[in-house]
Design a protein around this ligand. Structure first.
Ligand SMILES: [Zn+2]
Ligand SMILES: [Zn+2]
Length: 194
């Protein structure tokens, strides 16, 4: 009997709070509710979209255009998809789309992606192409001898260049401007042999 009574009380309390909510939203909370509806009708609901992407690397001057899939969340671009890889919040802070579906994203390393959404997710993208382009870009600024960074116009990094220029190719001794040839003491040895 007591259990039944408590149950009824709870039921009443529940009905009361429902009533309260309803009357509230009809008056005071009207504004925030209409805002909420507006958000619901945002131009780009959370999904994957096809985008026209202008890529620019200010370090190398590389500039290219790609069709890529991007993910939108809360009207912001949060992920740029390649074919195997992708860029996300670990590389950039997401940017809000304007009413035309455009935003410009700058990665923490300075590379820039101008993104224009063109429609719903595309089944064919330039994911492979941008991946191989970026690999080439990285290769262009990576020393093939030691793997550290180098200038694009140099074959090797300064350290390696210096080593090659000033190291005897036979004994490994240091001498300026041997350019991969022999140091003077190795040359002397050769001459003595004659
Ligand atoms: Zn090097
Ligand atoms: Zn030598």
């Amino acid at each position: 009997m007591l259990v039944k009574f408590v149950f009824i009380l709870v039921l009443i309390a529940f009905t009361q709070s429902c009533k309260e909510k309803t009357s509230r939203s009809n008056s005071y909370y009207n504004d925030s509710e209409s805002n909420y509806y507006y958000e619901d009708e945002e131009a780009y609901p959370d999904d994957t979209y096809c985008a026209d992407v202008d890529y620019y690397n200010p370090d190398t001057g590389a500039r290219s255009n790609y069709t890529l899939n991007v993910e939108v969340e809360d009207n912001e671009v949060t992920v740029i998809h390649f074919s195997r890889g992708w860029l996300d919040s670990s590389e950039f802070s997401s940017e809000a789309l304007d009413e035309d579906g455009y935003c410009s994203i700058r990665l923490y390393d300075g590379r820039q992606f101008d993104i224009q959404i063109t429609g719903s997710g595309c089944s064919f993208s330039d994911g492979y192409r941008i991946e191989s382009d970026i690999e080439d870009e990285i290769a262009a600024v990576t020393c093939p001898r030691c793997g550290f960074s180098k200038y694009e116009y140099d074959t090797y990094c300064n350290d390696c260049e210096n080593l090659l220029e000033n190291t005897c190719s036979r004994c490994g001794g240091f001498e300026y401007y041997v350019y991969g040839g022999l140091c003077s003491s190795c040359k002397d040895d050769d001459n003595e042999g004659w």
